[in-house]
Design a protein around this ligand. Structure first.
Ligand code: ATP
Length: 514
């Protein structure tokens, strides 16, 4: 049993490996840092999350279409998008431990520690007083007020330094805050340098600078460069959206927290093209829509929150994250950005091609503004996995680990189990498999005791198990066992298909969204 969140997270990681969800990449060669492979169950869960996103975004919206652009793009794309010049992380090294850190992360972690102090004061007071007024407490308690002022001062100074791209000042903030290297414990820091996160490679056989191309660091640019192709061939009218899912690559410095921050990951992005001036309305609307999507999966309300960006990216005039409470705290899961006409405008300049929309109603052409929703599929996977993972003590004193994955997302929908592997039970079970397999991914298992098989299915999140016993051959009834309650009931064989269709139907979730 996990004693604390750190333990819990470790257990989730080993569970993900033990049950075929996630393996370290090239494990037999001791792995490749921050790169992971999805196993037989992981690939299914990932596909189901992607499907649910795609259906919610593309199938449910007549004015959103999906594309699949290439990972490689003309190198000028990344000049135009700003990634060659501005897609950097500020790096700092500790001279004693030789460890490298992201300067912004060191400062943010320091701020988070002060925030934790405040939170502890609040929790303590909450436990002491009835009718506790948190807002009042935060604005009057001297220690909280002082700590909050510290946070505001650091944030303001840090924001200013970033905006001026003043790396010496970023270093000075680290020195002034007396931040020490977690490994060496010293404050012996190098200067702060910018490090570009894009992976470069060569196209063709000659290695010259002109042949340098990049692995895309986001899928969005594949959408922007195809904006007119899609608009014209699809006869799309503004407002309309283009959605895409696919791999993105970033040479992350601080690669940690399992699949939360990887060097190769998958994004699900949607760019919504709108009339300039309407962006704040659409920005707020998409914030709401996306939050609803997350909550439709049955996460408790307090698991998500919005976080407005302190420093806006070079392309945005408003931006926020939907944060999820992972076992290691609240962190970004999805970004919603109002990108103005930054991208299309720059692609016009760099390509010399017009990327404008002609509005037949107003009889005018303009470069559309864009509101984007961008979610990491792997981070969403981690959110689902960490929310689903439960260690339980049962009434009979035994333990079970169960993944309470929403049935629509579960890798295997139903296990079909003959009670024993003789007396014609396997044949009957196979008959049932042959009916179900056309609609659902099911698993046939006959090895080990029925109890052990149930536990194995619980561990991979299979919501239903059908058991065939000797009586089935006489009365055509089977036992259905529910993962979450462990309740069992007898139902006619002929009803199995209908029950499954109903319980794993994505339609119900999609209907909640509209
Ligand atoms: P972070 O601040 O965590 O580095 P970001 O703000 O750079 O993320 P965006 O550029 O907005 O992220 O990318 C959109 C989404 O892509 C993020 O919300 C996240 O879910 C996902 N994402 C970004 N970088 C990674 C990564 N290295 N590994 C996994 N997912 C990622």
């Amino acid at each position: 049993m996990s004693q604390n969140n750190e333990d819990l997270f470790k257990n989730i990681i080993s569970h993900a490996k033990e049950y075929g969800f996630i393996f370290q990449s090239s494990e037999i060669y001791d792995g490749l840092s921050a790169v992971y492979d999805y196993g037989q169950n992981g690939a299914e869960l990932k596909k189901n999350i992607r499907d649910y996103w795609w259906k919610a975004m593309v199938q449910m919206n007549e004015n959103i279409v999906g594309i699949d652009a290439a990972i490689f793009m003309h190198p000028t794309t990344w000049k135009a998008s700003g990634h060659v010049d501005a897609f950097n992380d500020p790096l700092i090294d500790n001279k004693d431990s030789k460890k490298r850190y992201r300067a912004d992360v060191l400062i943010e972690d320091h701020v988070a520690k002060i925030e934790t102090k405040i939170q502890k004061e609040v929790e303590k007071a909450k436990a002491r007083f009835e009718n506790f007024d948190e807002a009042m407490f935060r604005s009057t308690n001297p220690r909280v007020v002082e700590n909050q002022k510290k946070i505001d001062d650091i944030n303001a100074r840090f924001k200013d330094a970033l905006e001026k791209n003043d790396l010496a000042e970023v270093r000075q903030i680290i020195i002034d805050l007396e931040i020490v290297c977690p490994v060496s414990g010293s404050r012996n820091w190098t200067d702060v340098r910018q490090f570009n996160l894009m992976f470069a490679t060569q196209v063709g056989s000659v290695s010259e600078e002109s042949n340098t191309i990049y692995l895309r660091p986001e899928t969005a640019q594949g959408i922007f460069v195809n904006f007119l192709n899609v608009q014209k061939t699809g006869r799309m009218k503004i407002p309309f959206g283009i959605a895409q899912t696919g791999k993105a690559f970033r040479n992350e410095i601080v690669a940690r927290q399992f699949i939360f921050r990887m060097r190769e990951f998958e994004q699900m992005e949607m760019q919504y093209f709108i009339k300039p001036g309407t962006e704040m309305d659409w920005y707020n609307r998409w914030k709401e829509v996306r939050m609803k999507w997350h909550r439709s999966l049955g996460f408790p309300e307090n698991k998500h929150r919005f976080h407005d960006h302190l420093k806006l990216a070079h392309y945005a005039n408003a931006a926020c994250d939907i944060e999820f409470e992972f076992p290691f705290g609240f962190k970004e899961l999805e970004g919603i950005h109002s990108r103005t006409d930054f991208d299309l405008d720059n692609h016009e300049k760099f390509s010399g091609k017009k990327l404008q929309y002609f509005d037949p109603e107003d009889n005018e052409s303009f470069v559309p503004y864009v509101v984007e929703t961008s979610i990491g599929l792997d981070r969403m996977f981690l959110a689902v996995l960490s929310q689903a993972y439960a260690e339980e003590k049962l009434e009979d004193g035994s333990d079970r680990v169960v993944l309470r994955i929403p049935p629509v997302l579960a890798p295997i929908k139903c296990a079909v189990l003959p009670l024993v592997k003789k007396d014609g039970l396997p044949e009957k079970a196979r008959e049932i498999m042959d009916v179900l397999k056309y609609d659902h991914l099911c698993m046939y298992e006959e090895k080990d005791s029925i109890g052990k098989r149930y536990r194995r299915q619980d561990a991979i999140g299979t919501p239903f198990a059908i058991t065939v016993d000797h009586k089935t051959l006489e009365d055509q009834m089977v036992t259905i066992r529910y993962r979450d309650t462990m309740l069992q009931e007898r139902i006619p064989v002929d009803n199995v298909s209908k029950i499954l269709d109903e319980k794993v139907d994505m339609k119900k979730l999609l209907k909640q969204l509209s």
